[in-house]
Write a protein that binds this ligand. Structure first.
Ligand code: MEV
Length: 449
């Protein structure tokens, strides 16, 4: 029996026919949904074609807010940072932390390493000692065969840094890896790494099958399981930090003493080091900032997230990515995070807005972008923890929440102003705001009559 909600050949339909099929089968008001989806098509056909080319089966575009967090002073240079994020308060919090630290020396950042990683996973029943004895020979072959792929990257100053043989046979019978480190310069390098690894896999297979050191039979029998980059790049690492004398942390409108704030802040970060439940939320706050800049520059936020969370669990327990000390009257707050980012290649220059993001940041190198992104992550974390240990997070959030509810209920001009004034300091709920607006509107209507 055929299910009308499934289809074969969807990808071959025209874009309009794809929409028609979707709205007909999944919506109560197909015509209206179709109009709305089509209203988000770009008016310029060429631009729309470009966007459609990024993915498959596209039927429309999905708008996200593109905001700016100004006043980021990083290593003495001022940036206005582009952020793409749908969560209210994030850009406001980043901007507030940027301004706060601008008056206290700004953010400092340093790239600690740029190494990317890729692996060829294989199984083999031969004698490891023999493979090790000819490994230098194998490495020469691997590099020689991959030269057409690596030549261009080498001209740019990067390429294959090292190739190691890793023995996992104690964990899984006959399982080994070629673990390869790369320098991909200003590109994220995924395509380059994967192409090089696939070349390595072929060479490895041939080498084992042909080399006279290996006996006929099982020793010639290698099975390549897979060749793929690793998104865990702990040596593609950046540190961002802020510091100032404790007394310079104030004054605070809440009247909180600077020394008390420093201590509560330090404890809050320490708690995120000790407790994975808090660590996940703490790090989520960091990624609020990081992902927003990563998206705005058309970098791969899934890769960045996967890597960051793996790094956060590097000692076996998931912990805070940031750390804080209060020693000898000095408040120090820092973030170490691996970030595999690119400022060339991928969508960085193709995406119509991402290229403007990069221009806004002054066409940064990958290293500079790593420092900017880490600083925004730290700023976001600072703003969140500062709110948490002082006023609580809801105060700021609720203002934005109220604005969203008012928007949803179609409030305009005076209605918005009156609602903002009325709910100042009060608990905000959707029902409460709706009732407030209804009463206001009834009063207005009565006046008009
Ligand atoms: C909300 O998106 C992020 C926070 O929960 C982060 C934190 O708790 O540190 C506020």
């Amino acid at each position: 029996m055929s299910d009308i909600k499934t289809i074969s050949g969807f990808s071959k339909l025209s874009k309009s026919d794809k929409i028609k099929w979707v709205v007909k089968h999944f919506y109560k008001d197909p015509e209206q949904v179709m109009q709305e989806l089509m209203s988000w098509w770009h008016r310029d056909e060429e631009q729309q074609k470009l966007l459609d080319g990024f993915s498959e089966n596209t039927i429309s575009n999905f708008p996200m807010p593109f905001g700016i967090a100004p006043n980021f002073l990083i290593n003495g240079k001022a940036y206005a940072v582009p952020m793409v994020i749908e969560e209210s308060s994030v850009v406001a919090a980043a901007s507030s932390a940027a301004k706060y630290w601008m008056d206290r020396g700004g953010f400092h950042a340093q790239v600690l390493g740029m190494k990317k990683v890729g692996q060829v996973h294989f199984t083999w029943k031969g004698e490891m000692r023999k493979l090790e004895s000819v490994f230098e020979e194998l490495k020469t072959e691997l590099r020689k065969d991959a030269a057409p792929i690596t030549a261009n990257m080498e001209k740019r100053g990067g390429g294959v840094l090292d190739i190691e043989l890793v023995n996992f046979a104690h964990l899984e019978e006959g399982y080994y890896q070629l673990k390869v480190t790369f320098d991909t310069c200003d590109s994220m390098g995924a395509n380059f790494i994967n192409s090089a690894l696939e070349s390595f896999a072929k060479t490895l297979d041939r080498f084992i099958s042909d080399h006279p050191i290996f006996d006929e039979g099982v020793e010639r029998d290698i099975s390549i399981i897979m060749s793929i980059l690793s998104n865990y790049t702990p040596e593609c690492l950046v540190r961002a930090w802020v510091e100032c004398p404790v007394e310079n942390l104030g004054p605070f409108s809440s009247g909180l003493d600077a020394a008390l704030l420093a201590e509560k802040f330090r404890k809050a970060v320490r708690i995120a080091h000790l407790d994975p439940h808090r660590a996940a939320t703490h790090n989520k706050g960091i990624f609020n900032g990081i992902d927003a800049v990563v998206l705005a520059t058309a970098n791969d936020f899934r890769a960045v997230e996967a890597c960051g969370h793996t790094y956060a669990a590097r000692d076996g327990q998931y912990r805070s990515l940031s750390q804080c000390t209060v020693e000898n009257g000095l408040f120090r707050f820092w973030l170490d995070i691996p970030l595999a980012l690119g400022t060339v290649g991928g969508l960085t220059k193709l995406h119509p807005i991402a290229k403007h993001s990069l221009e806004l940041l002054g066409h940064p190198t990958a290293e500079e972008l790593m420092m900017i992104v880490a600083s925004v992550g730290l700023a976001q974390n600072f703003a969140a923890v500062r709110s948490l240990v002082t006023t609580g997070i809801q105060q700021g959030h609720m203002k934005m929440h109220l604005a969203n509810i008012l928007n949803h209920l179609g409030a305009k001009g005076q209605e918005v102003e009156k609602a903002m004034a009325y709910f100042d300091g009060k608990v905000i709920s959707f029902t409460g705001v709706r009732e407030f607006l209804e009463t206001l509107r009834q009063k207005q209507a009565a006046k008009v009559v």
